[in-house]
Design a protein around this ligand. Structure first.
Ligand SMILES: Cc1cc2nc3c(=O)[nH]c(=O)nc-3n(C[C@H](O)[C@H](O)[C@H](O)COP(=O)(O)O)c2cc1C
Length: 287
């Protein structure tokens, strides 16, 4: 155990909040008693105990004073502002060639990194690609995977069987068939001229890597919108990675042992949306 937790009996006001909020049942002790971190080994290092303690009585070696911050509620957006941001976030695939400043990309990653992770694993890592050669390599890899899938789907012998097994995949066949030609003509159907891509990845050994990466993506996409950066989800890249067994893309990115579960193509928008449109009628079930 590379951390220590204890309660400072001099400071503790016995409010019981640390024990109540702890997701891992680390603390023991009855009502109006000074809790004891008896099961410290169960700790998932979420820091809730430190963040909730009103008298700074919880010592957690992972969270020294410089890692604990007061929340400035005056900086909170109103619910209306949150909803306006959510409504205005759209996939925008029309980019200029102007590069995105490093500190802007950094802010998007910072927002993404704040997303929750299962058992607070915090194993989501980010690869930020701005090199035109690497961006091209990602698109070329993706197109090559879909070109080979298109060949299999079009094979007259395999077709009747594949239609039975993976019928819905045929919906994408025309798009797969166009990809190689478009890329060869300098029209990238995968990254659409994005000047940056953020890939969200996690070690293949963790159980909820996919969920963790996709929650991180959504945080990042809202931050991108707030910063006036255009972005869209690189589903084709993720799907090509999965269809090719993940290793190829991981090797291109130099992240062996990690799986890319989400990706964001970004750029300075050529055009910003001035309107949002209504979504389909919400399907909601109250029980
Ligand atoms: C799982 C997933 C995969 C996606 N893959 C792609 C993609 O490969 N290329 C692309 O241009 N957009 C992709 N998108 C973006 C969707 O097309 C887009 O979110 C949808 O059309 C709704 O538009 P909006 O994001 O503007 O609300 C993907 C979105 C999701 C959630």
């Amino acid at each position: 155990m590379e951390y220590a937790i204890y309660i400072d009996g001099q400071k503790c006001i016995k409010c019981g909040k640390c024990a109540l909020l702890c997701p891992a049942a680390v603390f023991t002790g009855g009502e109006k008693e000074i809790p004891s971190a008896e099961y410290a080994r169960r700790c998932i290092k979420c820091g809730h105990c430190v963040a909730i303690c009103p008298s700074a009585a919880v010592f957690h070696s992972t969270f020294p004073a410089e890692k604990v911050h007061l929340i400035n509620r005056e900086l909170m957006p109103s619910p209306e502002q949150v909803l306006e941001l959510i409504k205005s976030r759209r996939s925008n695939r029309a980019f200029t060639t102007v590069p995105i400043e490093q500190n802007i990309l950094q802010k998007i990653v910072e927002a993404a990194h704040r997303a929750p992770t299962a058992t607070n694993a915090q194993q989501v890592a980010f690869t930020v690609v701005t090199s035109p050669e690497k961006l091209r390599e990602i698109s070329t890899f993706t197109v090559s995977v879909f070109t080979s899938i298109a060949k299999k789907l079009s094979n007259p012998i395999l077709k009747p069987i594949l239609k039975l097994i993976i019928g819905p995949a045929y919906r994408y066949l025309p798009a797969f068939q166009r990809m190689q030609k478009q890329l060869a003509e300098g029209d990238d159907p995968i990254l659409r001229g994005a000047t940056a891509v953020i890939l969200f990845h996690a070690p293949s050994s963790i159980m909820f890597g996919k969920e963790d990466c996709n929650l991180a993506y959504q945080n990042g996409s809202l931050m991108a919108e707030a910063l006036g950066v255009a972005q869209f989800y690189t589903g084709f890249v993720c799907s090509a990675s999965s269809k090719s067994g993940h290793k190829k893309l991981s090797r291109i990115l130099g992240i062996d042992g990690n799986i890319v579960y989400a990706g964001m193509a970004l750029g300075i928008p050529k055009h910003k949306f001035k309107k949002y449109i209504d979504k389909q009628e919400v399907m909601i079930n109250y029980l």
